[in-house]
Design a binder for this molecule. Structure first.
Ligand SMILES: [Mg+2]
Length: 183
């Protein structure tokens, strides 16, 4: 399958416990909270401004890299898969990309090319990062690049159609139209 390279805007640098969040309505990145637990983000974490996920926020994307990348910075990421996740009852997919401007990562074309412990670490982080907030996160598993590309395109369609709709309105509309995306 052809490479899909996307520009990811970083919210949270690799290693940080500061939960920065982008607000589409105000176009501002703010600090939502400091993570309650003891772990920081296992990889750089950001969003795709052109894609809307079922949770009413931009589609999330992890950017695997050696370096920690600053908040608000756009970084090219090659999509290699996705992690299916349900956060507090809402579909909250994480695309998985690798940095596309570092020759150390040129050979990584799919999730299978990664050190598999790294995927275990990502899964473990998201399964547990809200424990001390008493919120339930379910990681359903990993998906390949083709699945991730399809999901990205679907979310681009949602953004075109509903991007200007207030988040709460979007979620209540989608819960009725697509109940399978909510638990
Ligand atoms: Mg999300």
């Amino acid at each position: 399958m052809a490479n899909l390279v996307l520009n990811v805007t970083i919210e949270i640098p690799k290693g940080s416990k500061v939960k920065y969040e982008y607000n589409r309505a105000t176009k501002q990145i703010s600090v939502d909270r400091i993570l309650y637990g003891s772990s920081g983000y296992p990889q750089n974490y950001g969003f795709l401004k052109e894609a809307l996920d079922w949770d009413g926020d931009e589609l999330d994307c992890l950017v695997i890299a050696d370096q920690s990348i600053g908040t608000g910075i756009s970084v090219p990421a090659r999509v290699i898969g996705a992690m299916e996740m349900i956060d507090d009852g809402e579909t909250d997919t994480k695309l998985i990309g690798v940095i596309d401007c570092d020759p150390r990562y040129t050979h990584i074309k799919s999730l299978k090319d990664l050190n598999q412990h790294l995927l275990a670490e990502i899964k473990d982080f998201f399964e547990n990062y809200k424990n001390l907030q008493h919120k339930k996160v379910i990681v359903r598993g990993f998906q390949d690049q083709a699945w991730a590309v399809k999901e990205y395109k679907e979310c681009c369609g949602l953004m075109k159609k509903y991007g200007k709709m207030p988040k709460a309105t979007f979620i209540s509309k989608m819960k009725k139209a697509h109940p399978n995306k909510y638990r």
